[in-house]
Design a protein around this ligand. Structure first.
Ligand code: PMP
Length: 369
């Protein structure tokens, strides 16, 4: 007999990379450099590590199921009320809560081409329809491959209940300006939830970049999601959050697992949030790395998509998969993004100066081979 499954057979699972130890064994090399998952090259905040050690003493206890202290700390830091915050097991978990609360097989979600893969997975997993808007074309003057807000708006129908927008977007690094996004929100139907995924927002140094948390009162249908996986360096612990109107937070809380964020993650995230020095170092390291990468691209004639995140997506102008393999043999892991409709691009996480140099040299070598 066949297993009776719902629409899940049509899903394309998120493709994580192989464990580094496994790759090192397979390739017979050591000291692999992973610049493939937009992780923080400085590690985790020392304060978070200390909090983690302290939290190890109470592993027998369930975590605080409401995440009271972490929500309080987030609320204080950003001038919010804690009833606006929903914690998740990574922001992916929050994205899933949104899909479960607002989508079903009668409804649809709008996303852009080249958008973060998880929007598609959480939408299709609840049987909802995906409405995919064309992104900007490759020859767009300012933001090639970026989300196109007019196209996103045009895709909204009576069925649409959620629009997922990443700002900046992964895997492109492209972004939407304050004015453009604000006018999109003004025009979006009030019964459509607009999710602004700000996983990389702390890295952005552009002037014309929104602080969407200040828009929550104006737009009761807005949800902003953020994560501790990137600038806070806690990807392994899985903690992220949504900020919204309290009515939406209440709905998300109804579909949330009671202990979705574990006690170690709660403790470390709270400490990381307070570690401004680490945050500043991370921002500075990334800014310097972007300068280094842009210079290397200019010097070598490599085209790249404009980025304000902690990664740069380079147009290899030939199939990128063999280059990915060749870089791997040089001991550098980057991310091929054919699955995102960009088969000639490689997405490379910005590392420390030394890591960037190693990757740039490896790229030169494999391109010359
Ligand atoms: N949104 C975007 C745009 C991302 O790139 C990522 C991480 N790849 C996430 C959300 C999810 O991050 P996490 O679940 O680790 O919080």
């Amino acid at each position: 007999k066949q297993l009776a499954v719902t629409g899940v057979q049509a899903l394309h699972p998120y493709q994580p990379g192989k464990p580094i130890e496994e790759l090192e064994r397979e390739l017979g090399i050591s000291n692999i450099l992973k610049l493939a998952s937009n992780e923080n090259p400085l590690g985790a905040s020392p304060q978070a590590q200390a909090a983690l050690t302290a939290a190890l003493k109470t592993l027998e206890l369930y975590p605080d199921g409401s995440g009271y202290q972490l929500k309080q700390a987030i609320a204080e830091k950003f001038g919010l009320h804690s009833n606006q915050i929903t914690l998740g097991n990574g922001s992916n978990d929050v994205l899933e809560l949104i899909a479960r609360a607002f989508l079903d097989n009668q409804r649809a979600a709008v996303i852009s081409e080249h958008a973060f893969a998880v929007y598609q997975i959480v939408t299709q997993a609840v049987g909802a329809e995906l409405q995919i808007a064309k992104a900007n074309p490759a020859d767009h003057q300012t933001m090639p491959y970026g989300h196109n807000l007019a196209n996103l708006a045009a895709k909204i129908t009576d069925k649409t209940r959620v629009v997922f927008i990443a700002n900046p977007n992964n895997p492109t690094g492209t972004w939407l300006s304050t004015t453009a996004l604000h006018s999109f929100l003004q025009r979006a139907p009030s019964d459509v939830i607009v999710v602004l995924d700000e996983a990389y927002t702390e890295y952005v140094q552009e002037v014309e970049f929104p602080n969407a948390l200040t828009w929550l009162e104006e737009f009761p249908n807005l949800i902003v999601t953020r994560t501790f996986s990137k600038i806070y360096g806690l990807a392994g612990l899985r903690v992220g959050y949504a900020v919204s109107n309290p009515v939406i937070a209440d709905l998300l809380n109804r579909v949330r697992q009671p202990f979705n964020v574990n006690s170690l993650a709660l403790a470390a995230a709270q400490a990381a949030l307070a570690d401004d020095a680490f945050l500043e170092r991370s921002v500075d390291t990334n800014a310097a790395g972007l300068v280094q990468w842009r210079a290397a691209c200019a010097e070598n004639g490599w085209e790249y998509i404009p980025t304000v995140g902690n990664f740069i997506t380079v147009d290899m102008q030939r199939p990128a998969a063999p280059l990915y393999d060749a870089l791997l043999r040089e001991g550098v892991i980057v991310r091929p993004i054919g699955g995102y409709g960009l088969p000639q691009h490689l997405r490379i996480t910005i590392g420390t100066t030394a890591q960037n140099t190693r990757c740039i040299e490896a790229l030169k070598k494999v391109l010359a081979a």
